[in-house]
Design a protein around this ligand. Structure first.
Ligand SMILES: Cc1cc2nc3c(=O)[nH]c(=O)nc-3n(C[C@H](O)[C@H](O)[C@H](O)COP(=O)(O)OP(=O)(O)OC[C@H]3O[C@@H](n4cnc5c(N)ncnc54)[C@H](O)[C@@H]3O)c2cc1C
Length: 449
């Protein structure tokens, strides 16, 4: 689907007075994911504007999937039956300044929420590389940013409202629902329709972002802890040529009374003299402001600006989490494959994420480092490469991002999740007939049960 159609579709969604089959209006258009690498298995996309409409729709379907902003690269969101979108449900429901939480409807994106939240004096703890994604979709797949002390975006969820297979409305909260809540937050779209999400907030803050160029990998391996903890959020980008990180992005909070020192040199890397895109050949116009210019958290935490194409556009993405103690071995193992990787790569990014207690989070009980690949859009070539990378990373505890491309067999995926049997039981409790399952979930979650 091209950009114009998407705008047409989203405005149709916003205007639609009743639950409506959106794609029926556009019979020639194929429904695809954001990157265009996946044509979904059905054109039947319905949109709901209210909890009542969701409750009316869900019990009548034998199978369906909820679509967020369609930014996953794999088939986790795919359906061959029906799609439901709750994108028109995109309002802030409540901002509780005392409890420091914001409750939003299930179709809202970070791009919609953040400026409004900031204008009311609040901020989120972290964001992904782009603000365009839906909050419910991002939290369902354990989407993350970077920062030694920052858990993934799902760790900010303190309550959820879900419509389950029978149309029942279930409220879950961190305070009241213990294990059920911890199982449901990274729910992979398998439990029901998320109609509300409550997120922890904190007082708004300003940030600065500096980019450094050409950090030798040897400096990173020798000074791993110091480099990764040198800013609130640290991202390293490499094309795996020349044993260097082409760019290091340091995002720091502007703390009252604490001047931020940005030396010209950082472990052998030089401070950039202009804004840069992570893929150096692309225009930095799409990127958030750098060069130490202070700005609001939501315009510095993501790499890409709302209203502009994030990343490259025509691309594929894969990403692997490895337990933090194995980070250096994992990166060096991938480095040894550089001759195979570089011809197909646009850029790699390395980030850190704090441990959490969410059952299906790749960071469950362990801090992780992620090795991300933005690939050229050539699936046959990438499909051949991924097993080589996975062969190196699996022995180091490597596990894939739930929303990106991987080739690891389900048994290897299962082995990383000690809470998987409990998660399967939770899914069966909320959705006994498997209404929200699809091929991806059947293979990667339910195949061993
Ligand atoms: C350019 C680009 C940059 C990215 N950067 C990052 C990054 O920095 N960090 C990172 O971790 N990931 C990143 N991603 C991946 C992305 O964050 C995830 O794929 C995320 O899941 C996208 O959310 P979505 O709403 O588009 O999900 P979709 O693809 O629409 O859906 C994903 C899953 O969520 C479920 N879902 C969505 N909405 C609901 C709902 N209301 N109720 C129940 N289930 C729901 C779907 O059924 C599906 O299972 C990036 C992706 C792109 C395209």
């Amino acid at each position: 689907m091209n950009k114009r159609t998407f705008i047409k579709l989203t405005s149709a969604m916003a205007a639609s007075p009743i639950l409506s089959p959106l794609m029926a209006a556009m019979p020639d258009e194929k429904l695809k994911n954001w990157a265009g690498n996946l044509e979904y298995g059905t054109e039947r996309l319905y949109s709901a504007e209210s909890l009542e409409q969701v409750r009316e729709f869900v019990p009548k379907q034998s199978r369906l999937k909820v679509l967020g902003t369609r930014h996953c690269f794999n088939t986790i969101a795919n359906s061959t039956d029906e799609f439901l979108s709750v994108r028109p449900m995109a309002k802030i429901v409540a901002l509780d300044a005392t409890a420091r939480t914001v409750t939003v409807e299930g179709g809202m994106s970070y791009g919609q929420l953040c400026p409004e939240l900031d204008s009311k004096g609040f901020a989120l703890h972290n964001l992904a590389s782009l603000p365009h994604i839906s909050i419910a979709g991002a939290c369902s797949t354990a989407t993350h940013g970077s920062g030694d002390k920052n858990g993934n975006l799902s760790t900010a969820v303190s309550a959820l409202e879900l419509v389950t297979a029978t149309g029942e409305v279930v409220q879950l909260s961190r305070k009241a629902d213990g294990d059920t809540f911890r199982g449901a937050v990274v729910g992979l779209g398998a439990l029901g329709v998320i109609t509300k999400v409550t997120l922890d907030v904190q007082p708004t803050f300003q940030m600065r972002q500096y980019v450094y160029e050409n950090l030798p990998m040897s400096q990173w391996t020798e000074n791993f802890e110091a480099i990764e903890s040198s800013a609130y959020s640290v991202s390293l980008f490499t094309d795996w040529q020349r044993e260097k990180f082409n760019e290091v992005w340091l995002k720091s909070r502007v703390e009252d009374g604490k001047p931020f020192r940005a030396p010209e040199e950082f472990y052998g890397a030089k401070r950039a003299t202009k804004n840069l895109h992570p893929i150096a050949e692309l225009s930095a116009e799409n990127c958030t402001e750098q060069m130490g210019v202070p700005g609001p958290w939501y315009e510095r935490l993501p790499h890409f600006r709302m209203g502009f194409t994030p990343s490259a556009g025509k691309e594929l993405q894969s990403e692997y989490f490895v337990p933090r103690p194995n980070a250096i071995d994992a990166v060096m193992a991938v480095e040894r494959l550089h001759d195979r990787i570089t011809p197909h790569l646009l850029i790699t990014e390395i980030r850190t994420i704090a441990a959490d207690d969410l059952w299906m989070s790749p960071c469950y009980k362990q801090a992780c480092v992620t090795i991300h690949f933005t690939w050229k859009q050539d699936w046959p070539a990438v499909q051949k490469l991924l097993p080589l990378i996975e062969r190196e990373l699996v022995p180091l505890g490597g596990r894939p991002h739930w929303g990106k491309l991987f080739t690891m067999p389900p048994q290897q995926v299962h082995a990383n999740y000690e809470k998987l049997p409990k998660f399967v039981a939770l899914c069966k409790r909320f959705d006994p007939q498997g209404k929200f399952r699809n091929e991806f979930l059947n293979a990667n979650i339910f195949s061993g049960s």
